[in-house]
Design a protein around this ligand. Sequence first.
Ligand code: AMP
Length: 297
Amino acid sequence: MGRRPDMERIEEVADLRRVLAPVRADGRRIGLVPTMGALHRGHLSHVPLLLAHADLVVMSVFVNPLQFGPGEDFERYPRSLEDDAKLAEEAGVDLLFCPQVTTLYPPGSETLVELPDLSSQLEGAVRPTHFRGVATVVAKLLNIVRPDLASFGQKDLQQLLVVRRLVSDLHFDVQILAVPTAREPDGLALSSRNAYLGADDRREAAALNRACRAGFDAVAAGERAASRVEAVMAEVLNGFPRVRPDYAVVRRLDDLKPMTVVSGRAAVLVAARVGSTRLLDNLVMDVTPDGVREIRG
Ligand code: AMP
């Protein structure tokens, strides 16, 4: 196999469009992985999955101010563009799109993309403007890159569902690829925010995965009452004094609405502060009369 050409780094929309036009004209397929940088193995795992369906991968690195609420960590969010560029290139990214804030949000821009129902629960209840920011920037990136497929991590399950709904509602001609959650050996889901965890917090951070796993195991063992599954998850989290949960629930997968009896495609989801760091995790499952199967990606 020939060596891939060097990765190109692009900041301007017009430059990206100019580079992608001949790619599209040649009938080559374009994959997009949107990120906020501070890349880890989880982000990089998207690249080979995209390359299985695409000829060229664009990765965006953009810390999107619109998805941070007042008092959240926009200012201190880890930024490491030089390291990110190296990691992205090694992983096989062809184009790194790293626009300035004023490029994506020039003075006077005001259009917002809202999903009032899906965005109002779980993460949206805690972070009321978060998904409006996500949906708006994803719509922009899809219009700028016009990828054939774009990947989103299952770790941010509600975000993945928001993106699928947005793509369907606005008729974007793109396939959405769900990527399984990459984890540390103790189960902690990789996240750029793990960098905030001190040693004591880090030891307790695996509680989120433990709680999800306990919820899943309860369903696998035959428990079907959602309230009892949630009680099992809460009990696990209770054993970790530094962990303060926002929610630990079992929900329908399609719309994340509550259910009384666990059946069909469902997800256990946890959000919690560990010390001052807010983390998320989930597991997705298919519950049928024949048994319970975990769905990854
Ligand atoms: P972020 O930079 O946190 O906005 O994440 C960019 C993309 O990578 C999103 O689609 C995330 O869901 C995804 N992602 C984040 N963490 C992981 C992980 N541990 N495994 C796989 N994908 C992830």
